[in-house]
Design a protein around this ligand. Structure first.
Ligand SMILES: Nc1ncnc2c1ncn2[C@@H]1O[C@H](COP(=O)(O)OP(=O)(O)OP(=O)(O)O)[C@@H](O)[C@H]1O
Ligand SMILES: [Mg+2]
Length: 361
């Protein structure tokens, strides 16, 4: 069915005038009504991607389809898109109410003034800016401006909503509340949404799926839990997860994995998880802190250098080959700084990466 995949991006490339290739052969699709998060470090190409979807930038090559039709030659105003820009882009001479109403006072979406005002006020209530109706953007905080921009994008009830870090200036509580509002709203109205963030927890909590970029290349396009459980490569394993994953330099030789102070026979691995040939050589063994835990009989012994409380859990920090590593344990642990503990890894949860970052286990 055509509208099953409402947005399709095919082999998209963007080379800027200065020769910088911001996106390299990017392909993905988004189902109608889904909320998809574009995640990745600063400079990976997220805003470039949204600008091409909106029609503000022309692709160097490749295609973009909405509902099965190419939109590459369609003007931005005819793409039925709502866009919340990274820098808000509010009209400084208009009040908050006028800003939010604006899309309903021009072009195809034009309505009577009374009706435009009614719709605007509905979305201003949702984004909690009702009291600011008569202020000018110059008098607002960053977070308030951001909410005005969100309300302005929503009033058009667009087919596709593009949001570029829409919550970056909000305090933690408001951020949580507004992101839940955004999700329930776009689900209720059925708007296909692409939501840019570099906050992985935000992506995991609101995205139907996540597309993780690095250096203009998609690293993984998947549901949230797979970024934890089945990362495609070293970059993904290290980008997603808090506290971050532990990485140990290891060698494979003579049928076993050898770290500086532990050995694991290859036969002890879960054979179903082997993805590539485990040829002799150097690898990185990576394990999430929740999968390396104190135990009576561990893989190695470590001296705990620090214990950090993070809400319901504690992080035991230790040095391994001069690199800090972590074990994530229950709040009630009696282990203290300076203790020697044996640590055991869940072998069905570890990952092995080649030097190039390809996952082989
Ligand atoms: N007009 C331009 N000319 C040349 N290079 C550009 C231009 N705009 C962006 N770039 C470069 O393209 C890359 C991608 O930029 P983009 O703005 O898409 O990143 P981003 O993922 O949105 O980053 P951030 O999280 O910091 O907003 C960056 O390396 C950036 O320096
Ligand atoms: Mg950006």
């Amino acid at each position: 069915m055509i509208d099953e995949q409402f947005v399709q991006v095919k082999n998209l490339r963007k080379v800027y005038d200065n020769g910088h290739e911001a996106l390299k052969d990017v392909s993905f699709s988004v189902k109608k009504g889904d909320l998809v998060c574009l995640l990745g470090p600063s400079g990976c190409g997220k805003t470039t991607m949204l600008n091409m979807l909106a029609g503000l930038l022309d692709p160097t090559s490749g295609d973009i389809l909405f509902n099965g039709k190419s939109v590459v030659k369609v003007a931005p105003k005819d793409r039925q898109i709502g866009y919340v820009f990274q820098n808000y882009a509010l009209y400084p001479h208009m009040t908050v109410l006028q800003n939010v109403m604006f899309p309903l006072t021009v072009g195809k979406n034009k309505r009577s003034k009374a009706e435009a005002e009614k719709v605007a006020k509905k979305y201003m209530e949702i984004t909690q800016i009702t009291e600011l109706a008569n202020q000018k953007p110059g008098n607002l905080s960053g977070g308030q401006q951001q909410r005005v921009a969100i309300a302005r994008a929503l009033v058009q009830e667009p087919q596709i909503l593009l949001m570029d870090e829409p919550l970056s200036n909000l305090d933690a509580r408001l951020r949580l509340k507004i992101r839940e509002e955004i999700r329930s709203l776009v689900k209720r109205v059925g708007i296909t949404t692409l939501f840019v963030t570099h906050d992985q927890e935000e992506a995991l909590s609101i995205g139907d799926k996540i597309i993780l970029f690095n250096n203009g290349v998609i690293q993984q396009d998947d549901v949230g839990q797979n970024f934890y459980l089945e990362p495609n490569n070293y970059f993904v394993a290290n980008f997603v997860g808090n506290p971050v994953i532990d990485n140990f330099a290891v060698k494979i030789a003579d049928g076993k994995i050898s770290g500086s102070d532990f050995e694991i026979p290859l036969a002890a691995l879960d054979q179903d998880r082997i993805k590539g040939e485990l040829t002799p050589g150097e690898y990185t063994l990576s394990v999430r802190p929740e999968n390396i835990l104190p135990s009576e009989q561990g893989h190695f012994t470590a001296k705990i250098s620090d214990v950090e409380l993070i809400g319901r859990e504690r992080i035991l920090k230790f040095d391994h080959d001069g690199i800090q590593a972590r074990s994530l344990v229950n709040l009630e642990t009696t282990i203290q700084r300076g203790d020697q503990v044996q640590l055991s890894m869940r072998l069905d949860r570890i990952f092995l990466f080649t030097k190039e970052g390809t996952r082989v286990y």
